[in-house]
Design a protein around this ligand. Structure first.
Ligand code: FAD
Ligand code: SF4
Length: 527
């Protein structure tokens, strides 16, 4: 019997409640899923990331089969696998002759185009349905953005809290934010101090079952030359495991999340973070249940308001906001380079082999676990790339390759907009020195990293020195960055103080900094 609808389910759409399944009729419809090499090679995907996606896909497919849903599934190591989504879709279309294709809106612009082209080539209608995993639709975000030149999180976040009634209490003039403020960052973001983090509650790690172990073996053999390690692997890859990881976070780490949100400590990759981004981005978890669990912990007196508000802001605020930026700005967004940065990405980003202790630690754990927390991404690996002036598209390809949670809609705005300050300026219809997403570059010297952790005590460089062999490269490159972009940054009122401090340096100091920065750019620190 001919198939009515071929329901396309991508590796980051593992949600049985997704719109693509609406109206599914097992007697007429067929689910299509495909493992393809292209998804691990269009960027040089790290092994841990590929294992996560393939293991989660195989578990989701097994659950669909148990439920009795008809499914066609291309295995990566099928002899006939063409290696591309379009190629595998073409094979399925030829075999099953569907009347139409149905898809929940994908997370990557590239994938949407590939599937649209494939549908067109076969003369089939492609029904792209809204992704209701998110609180906000892209249309709602576009309406919010309309008429605003710069897009700032704060206004969007307030509107989301009001619209969805999150952390709101009734007041005499209508609903008010809990605790009388929208944001409690003044109570958050401390450093551990000399005593360090103490005994951090370990995150829930899931030992690989036979399906996951099979994927680990496959990835180790098929992508042997790709960066990082496939094992040990402990990420949740089923909905039940993801729910257990959520419960574990709420009970053990959420109460301290805000306070230690920005803190770093050598050899401590997990700290008080949620480690839920991969489960969220594969759609094993719904953001509503994550936000509701955090709010319930606050209402039950199990977690303080600053921690809960800080956490909810990441999900209801940042996560929704970057998705809106991505889909309203693509495809031009991917090629923005507001600061005209042209330096190549240093080779040690793929190995962790660098004398800089903070970078060595952040990159090392990234290659081992596919994970680093937000401040390591923004203020260590991201900051170094910003200050060195690395070409944004190379930095983007790295972030998209190495993290288990990396999907383009969330990775690209974080990289180009937040870490590299690359998305503003005239190319975005803004004055020079003004970012679309960030109000100023996250530029800092090594002293910021020194303040937020203990890496500098074990490093051969000194964050207080800006030139010479012992100078911290972050500090050298910070002053050099301000100098190279002084004209542009001086037009940004939020950068005025930093630019003024640069002017206080003597001519000799500036020339020594310039010489050291040139040496770093020429590869003095590359292994
Ligand atoms: P927590 O710190 O515990 O935060 C809780 C949740 O909030 C996360 O799981 C995530 O879903 C959400 N969240 C937090 N910060 C952000 C943010 N800035 N943008 C969107 N969602 C956020 N996140 C990804 O999910 N995928 C990426 O590919 C990705 N790339 C990034 C690249 C750069 C350069 C930077 C600076 C940040 C990136 N982030 C990305 C955002 C953030 O760093 C991760 O979401 C977070 O570190 C994931 O770890 P966690 O689950 O322990 O998060
Ligand atoms: Fe990083 Fe500089 Fe500190 Fe070394 S001294 S750990 S390079 S910030």
């Amino acid at each position: 019997m001919p198939v009515r609808h071929l329901i396309l389910v991508l590796g980051d759409q593992l949600d049985r409640q997704a719109a693509a399944f609406d109206g599914f009729d097992p007697a007429q419809d067929l689910v299509w899923m495909a493992e393809v090499a292209e998804e691990s090679t269009h960027v040089w995907s790290a092994k841990q990331r590929t294992v996560l996606f393939l293991a989660a896909m195989r578990h989701f497919a097994a659950a669909l089969r148990t439920e009795g849903l008809p499914l066609v599934y291309s295995l990566l190591d099928d002899a006939a696998n063409t290696g591309t989504l379009a190629g595998e879709l073409a094979r399925a279309i030829t075999l099953h002759q569907p009347q139409a294709l149905v898809l929940t809106a994908p997370g990557d612009w590239r994938v949407l185009q590939a599937l649209r082209d494939a549908a067109q080539r076969h003369g089939l209608a492609l029904d792209v349905r809204d992704d209701r995993h998110f609180f906000s639709t892209v249309r709602e975000f576009a309406a919010h953005a309309s008429g605003r030149k710069q897009l700032r999180l704060a206004y969007f976040y307030r509107a989301m809290r009001q619209r969805h009634g999150v952390l709101m209490d009734p007041g005499p003039d209508g609903d008010q934010p809990c605790g009388g403020a929208w944001n409690f960052d003044a109570d958050n973001r401390a450093a551990f101090g000399k005593a360090g983090p103490g005994a951090v509650p370990p995150p829930l790690r899931v030992p690989p079952d036979a399906i996951t172990q099979g994927v680990i073996d496959l990835v180790q053999q098929r992508f042997a030359g790709h960066p990082g390690q496939a094992a040990p692997f402990g990420w949740p890859v089923t909905r039940a495991q993801a729910l257990a990881a959520l419960a574990d976070f709420i009970a053990h780490r959420l109460p301290h999340f805000g306070q230690w949100q920005d803190a770093m400590w050598a050899g401590e990759p997990w700290l008080y973070h949620a480690h839920l981004s991969a489960a969220l981005n594969c759609k094993l978890l719904n953001p509503r249940e994550v936000v509701a669990a955090a709010e319930a912990a606050y209402r039950a007196g199990q977690a303080p308001l600053p921690a809960v508000e800080g956490f909810i802001r990441q999900i209801l605020g940042w996560r929704e906001y970057v998705r809106g930026i991505y889909w309203t700005q693509m495809p031009g967004y991917a090629s923005r380079n507001a600061l005209d940065a042209q330096q190549p990405l240093p080779g040690f980003y793929w190995t962790g082999d660098t004398p800089m202790a903070c970078l060595r630690d952040a990159i090392g754990q990234t290659l081992q676990h596919g994970y680093a927390h937000h401040i390591q991404r923004l203020m260590v690996t991201g900051l170094y790339a910003l200050l060195l002036g690395v070409q944004p598209q190379q930095v983007h390809a790295w972030y998209l390759a190495v993290y288990v949670d990396a999907v383009e809609w969330v990775e690209l705005p974080n990289t180009l907009g937040m870490a590299l300050f690359a998305d503003g300026g005239p190319a975005a219809g803004l004055p020079a020195g003004i970012g679309l997403m960030a109000s100023k570059p996250y530029a800092a010297s090594g002293k910021y990293i020194q303040r937020m952790g203990n890496h500098c005590t074990g490093c051969r460089f000194d964050p207080a020195q800006s030139s010479g062999e012992r100078a911290c490269p972050f500090t050298t490159l910070y002053w050099d960055f301000l100098g190279r972009h002084a004209d542009t940054l001086a037009r940004n009122p939020r950068m005025a103080l930093q630019v003024k401090n640069l002017a206080r340096l003597s001519a000799d100091a500036r020339s020594a900094i310039g010489a050291r920065a040139d040496a770093i750019r020429a590869g003095a620190l590359d292994a």
